[in-house]
Write a protein that binds this ligand. Sequence first.
Ligand code: SIN
Length: 480
Amino acid sequence: MVKDFDFPVNAYIGGKWHKTAKTFSIKSPYSGEVVAEVADSGIAEAQAAADAAVEAFKSWKKLTAFERAKVLRKWNDLLIAHQEELGRLTALEMGKPITEAKGEVLYAASFVEWSAEEGLRVNGEIMQSRFPNKRQMAVYEPVGPVYAVTPWNFPTSMITRKAAPALAAGCTIILKPAEQTPLCALYMAKLWEEAGGPAGTLQVLPALDPVPVSKVLMEDMRIRKITFTGSTAVGKILYAQSAATMKRISLELGGNAPFLIFEDADIEKAVHFTMLSKYRNAGQTCVTTNRIYVHKSLESDYADALADAVSKLEVGDPLNASTNVGPLVEQQGLDKVVSHVEDAVSKGAKVRVGGKSLGGLIYAPTVLTGIQPGMRVLEEETFGPVAPIMPFEDEAQAIAWANSTDYGLAAYVWTRDLSRAFRVAEALEYGIVGVNDPVPSAMGSNLPFGGYKNSGLGREGGHWGIEEYLETKFISFQLP
Ligand code: SIN
């Protein structure tokens, strides 16, 4: 049943809530119910948003960083004050268990808090000159209006990871939230409005079909930056499209994270931490463990202990506070998980626990052994609650297998040997390495998040994140 929300489910353009000719339905992935009919933006809305973003940029960039920080700090406070509502919306529209979803809201707010502070430290530099009569400096300026396409798997934090540094730097931003999760984005826009965010600084264009909206904004020379989190396939299309207007680009794309457990690892901890890395958000994170390589001497004990722990996970309604694993977001995601497990089993893998759909969009948390090269669970990102375990002989083999992918977002290493920890962390071709740390990006608003190779370009978080929204201008003064 369509619910009553205390915020408009319209497009948010130029500080106004704009009704569109068409709407599209948002369904709860758990119950299958339609919970909202949301404005469906198209070409006209994208053009209006581009005009408003350009207009707002003229005055927003002229505010002092201190004035911008004041609005951001208020937004941070409001996000935290509305943690419950945003957590519920997340559980409702994409099925993340509510306890986890509420945690994500704090993660989202942390990007706003960090950016408000970091914006005050965008200082520029004065360089030494080779000429006695010259004074030379580099100043940083906001890159301009930004187009941001955000994913459904983190419907609050992936918005602030982009919007907060952009706004702190003095950019304006147009958000196109994933078609599965516009409600969180609209709620956050309402809070931005309440925080005193000027019209046109942050706008939201929900759209069922992103292509017409993206075409307008990608072709508009006045939009100076595109930032995207999502699939590598779409990231590559946006990368190619950005060339025509030479937009700055940040891409946070897919992963295929290896989890290496060496013979000196603490098995109990490795099991506990596999659970955190693998089953968070039903395995639907870009940094989720996709492949587990364990030293052959530990394989049997580790697999037994992991299967036992996984069988105790509570699976079901994401609005229930004790649920650990909720539904997958949509049928396509479930079909992929099913096909990966079927492929592995047909090639000889053994299901230790799970291995089946539980009705609706829920897939049972699964552990597989007997994994062989050539299985899709090793080669593709499963994006679901499936843990394939494969034994390795020695460190060199583990590193080679871990790096044998075109992706390079996150990798994990389990060892109590400090030399090995450094050796392996340095050998891994990944943007993020967790050494005995299953969630290195936890509350990571001050840390660099991003990948090598097909996993993307640029970094989000910390000073790296804000630099993505800055141009460097060199000014040289010649004295008489
Ligand atoms: C992602 O899956 O893209 C984000 C994961 C995180 O920030 O922990």
